[in-house]
Design a protein around this ligand. Sequence first.
Ligand SMILES: [Zn+2]
Length: 61
Amino acid sequence: MTRAYDQCMRCGKATQWGRSVCRDCNPAGLPEPSPSQYHATVFVVVLIVVVMLAVIGIVLR
Ligand SMILES: [Zn+2]
């Protein structure tokens, strides 16, 4: 694994570990999607697409 998440997504500045955006880009301290949440979301979307394709395949048969 590379150290991809201790750098700001927007400006590339160093951030706290686990933060995807630095304080300058997120001054209000709004919650940013964590890398694990992002990967979980992608996984769920892929799962839904696979299920939908399976259902469509069954219906069209
Ligand atoms: Zn930044």
